[in-house]
Ligand binder design. Structure first.
Ligand SMILES: [Zn+2]
Length: 319
């Protein structure tokens, strides 16, 4: 009995140290990832509703009050509030956004797994905004598209693009994200989808002119992102297919944001075990990519090539 109570006293002292003393030393997280934070049950991934996602973010903010707080991105056309987690207090602002496509719940789980990791251990010098679900009504139905005014749209063809778009901005969710990355002066962005597997960089549009002029930086970032996953890396159009009006090209074209697209795993319907593997293989890479990204946006970012709209017939609308 005596040893138990002594142990209890030690635990109390240790948690006092954690909550009162050490956060003063720069507010860095102290708990190792996976210890102390809320548990994420990936077996619910295929049936999870958005309420659970939001609840998980609130729990993370509660578990790591010195590191994380929730924020509202905006309201979607379904009337839902799009919630994200803001982590850290650094000067460089980064964004990780998942689930443009509501059926790609594997990307949601990786987004939530990343939120959990980063809430426990923020990145020095950075503030990271994690938005696990952008397309809420699609996510609740596990459907790719999002509806507005009785019409459904592909959210990741809904941004203005130099070679075309299926929008632009016919959805409140995409408009809210565009406004957010401009206002927050976001420097780097990871957008999460399923599946391929591949991690790619701009341009991803309908053109034969696919060079941004920043190939060596982008190649470094995707190499950092895939050290654990060993996913294929390269240019988006070459490795996936051309698509006009995507978020990832918009972020770079409009602002010079270091914009990386993750096509995670091998299926739109990953098993619980597949998801656990995806989270383990990609969360460290997303973190490393953000850590090693330049601290300022790219200077020359407008698309200067020639569009070839005939290529858009290759857009399969399935990734
Ligand atoms: Zn997708």
């Amino acid at each position: 009995m005596e040893s138990v109570s002594r142990c209890d006293r030690l635990l109390v002292l240790f948690s006092l140290l954690l909550t009162c003393v050490l956060p003063g030393l720069g507010g860095r997280a102290l708990a190792a990832p996976g210890k102390g934070g809320p548990v994420l049950d990936h077996s619910r991934a295929a049936v999870r509703q958005y309420g659970e996602v939001r609840e998980f973010l609130f729990e993370l903010a509660k578990a790591y009050p010195n590191n994380a707080k929730t924020f509202v991105l905006g309201e979607s056309d379904s009337g839902d509030t799009i919630v994200g987690l803001q982590v850290g207090a650094g000067k460089v602002n980064q964004v990780v956004v998942a689930t443009h496509h509501g059926n790609e719940y594997g990307s949601t789980e990786v987004g939530l797994g990343f939120a959990r990791e980063i809430a426990a251990r923020p990145i020095e010098g950075q503030t990271v905004y994690v938005i696990p679900v952008l397309n809420i009504s699609g996510y609740n139905r596990k459907a790719r598209r999002e509806s507005a005014g009785g019409v459904s749209y592909d959210p990741n063809r809904n941004y203005p693009g130099p070679c075309g778009t299926e929008g632009p901005f016919t959805l409140k969710s995409t408009r809210a994200l565009a406004k957010f990355i401009a206002e927050k002066n976001i420097v780097s962005s990871a957008t999460l989808h399923t599946y391929s597997p591949a991690v790619v960089y701009p341009w991803g549009l309908s053109s034969h002119d696919l060079k941004t002029g920043y190939e060596s930086i982008f190649e470094g970032l995707v190499a950092d992102a895939t050290r654990e996953s060993h996913y294929a890396t390269g240019n988006s159009t070459e490795l996936i297919y051309p698509a006009d009006g995507t978020y990832e090209d918009y972020a770079f074209h409009q602002h010079g944001i270091w914009s990386i697209l993750f096509e995670l795993g091998h299926s739109h319907s990953p098993s619980t075990q597949n998801i656990e593997t995806m989270v383990r293989a990609n969360v460290p890479g997303i973190r490393r990519m953000l850590e090693s990204a330049p601290s300022e946006r790219a200077e020359k970012h407008a698309f200067a090539g020639k569009c070839d709209r005939s290529l858009i017939s290759l857009d399969r609308h399935d990734e």
